[in-house]
Ligand binder design. Structure first.
Ligand code: COA
Length: 208
């Protein structure tokens, strides 16, 4: 489809890709414009996502999350959402039921992690679609909030999708004992009634 009236690509309802078309006329370049194509990904909730599946999605990318140097032990996740393009998994996210303590109150939520888009598909809205679809599945757990951990480079991505940074200190378990989480923690309400997760938090169990 080509038209002058295409809205900014990130406002389009489907995951899209944009190609700028110009024609070389032997010295003169004729600018045609931007061509928008829909990337027809399917969304699937799957029962398992193995280490081999994760390696296939990483496709040789070393340390795709940029967290290896932290040496953190992560928790396996219970639920998996994948986006599939032409039979190939191009994105994956996982979630699980969690509990945190805030000011001596225990709050049941849903943790989001292992968010990854194959590097060849990044920057086209696949990640945004992945988070939106996964959030819908997380809500079905009937817990009042979602929680995730991310590096500073990803904070803007999640904030634009409605997540808020936890400003308090977040403590998580490791085999050696509790540690203060060195990554940012973000949360979002699923029912509008959760007390804001703005104080110090203690996650019960390993991070995810
Ligand atoms: C983080 C990650 C999942 C984002 O996936 P993505 O598919 O690139 O995400 P999107 O395309 O939806 O958004 C990425 C950026 O491209 C922009 N964008 C979205 N759709 C676009 C489009 N069609 N054309 C051009 N740019 C677009 C967005 O504005 C966004 O900008 P921002 O990063 O400043 O918010 C991906 O970078 C990734 O897998 N990284 C490695 C693993 C990782 O760090 N995971 C996060 C762990 S917390």
């Amino acid at each position: 489809m080509y038209t002058d009236a295409v809205p900014p690509v990130w406002d389009l309802p489907y995951t899209t890709t944009r190609r700028h078309i110009s024609v070389d006329l032997g010295g003169d370049v004729l600018e045609i414009g931007d061509l928008y194509c829909r990337l027809a990904v399917d969304v699937m909730k799957v029962g398992t996502f193995s280490t081999e599946d994760a390696a296939s999605l990483a496709d040789g990318e070393a340390d795709p999350y940029g967290t290896d140097q932290l040496g953190i032990t992560w928790r396996p996740k219970d639920h998996h959402v994948v986006l599939v393009d032409s039979g190939r998994v191009v994105a994956h996210a996982a979630f699980l039921p969690i509990e945190v303590e805030m000011a001596d109150e225990r709050l049941a939520g849903a943790g989001l992690g292992s968010v990854m888009v194959h590097r060849a598909f990044r920057g086209r809205g696949v990640g945004q679609r992945l988070i939106k679809e996964t959030t819908t599945h997380m809500r079905a757990l009937n817990r009042s909030y979602g929680l995730l951990f991310c590096r500073d480079a990803r904070l803007g991505f999640y904030e634009r999708l409605g997540w808020r940074r936890v400003l308090g200190e977040v403590t998580v378990d490791q085999e050696s004992g509790p540690i203060v989480m060195p990554l940012f923690t973000c949360w979002r309400s699923f029912d509008g009634g959760t007390p804001s997760l703005t104080d110090d938090l203690r996650l019960i169990g390993l991070p995810f």
